[in-house]
Design a protein around this ligand. Sequence first.
Ligand code: NAD
Length: 255
Amino acid sequence: MQIQTCRAIVTGGASGLGEATIRTIVQNGGKAVIFDQSEENGLRLQNELGEAVLFLKADVTIDEDIQEAVSKAAAFMGGVNTVVNCAGIGIAEKVLGRNGVHNLSLFSKVIQVNLIGTFNVIRIAAEKMTSNKVNEQGERGVIINTASVAAYDGQIGQAAYSASKGGIVGMTLPIARELARYGIRVMTIAPGLFHTPMFDTLPQEAKDSLGNMVPFPSRLGFPSEYAQLVQSIIENPMLNGETIRLDGAIRMQPK
Ligand code: NAD
């Protein structure tokens, strides 16, 4: 699929990797709808980027929110042929912490947003995509999820986060296999360390030291580099059913 034909839903599109994805799609002539909980950031981006972008306040974990938002997104763009799932949260808590065992509802919350939220958007958007006409390559759409290198080398304190991201990696192939008959591809990106608002609160020294852990290039990734991979996945029809690490060869240490 050519990026200028993109009619994309980007969850978590109001910030960080999702925001960079929105910018790349729009700069290349596509249309995009931001699904995010942050009204302030979402509206700012919508106002900045103009008529190719719509912000919809939606929580990826809520069935009705996403049913309604997918319908509105399709009406705004004249269909949906791309989904980029970036909405996610991260927490750090040990199984056996100083103040007791891992909080169970916090574990559930991370699974709910990162894994179940991703699945919720996939199932509703995929149904919408099945009504698309196939393009010249026989495609009706592409779905791109965001896992993390923590799916493979999670650190101490990342039990919930790693479980949620491992779940995304695990469901990529079975969903790609199922949706193949509709001409819908499913891919996942597992980013390493990227310079998003997540890192803004850290002093420069801490950012440099994190960057130095990356073999090459020894720095945090730029969100635009994540968006560049999203573009490649959209455009390359043979990419399907796989998770790609985008990490400068970093392998996270236990802590
Ligand atoms: P970010 O915090 O800048 O953006 C995440 C966005 O998701 C925010 O705008 C937030 O409002 C939105 N969001 C959170 N919960 C939501 C919900 N329930 N419904 C709708 N929107 C919701 O984070 P980021 O760094 O851009 O990360 C994007 C994704 O990439 C996340 O899934 C994260 O786990 C993953 N990731 C990031 C990095 C990194 O280094 N930045 C590394 C690996 C994986």
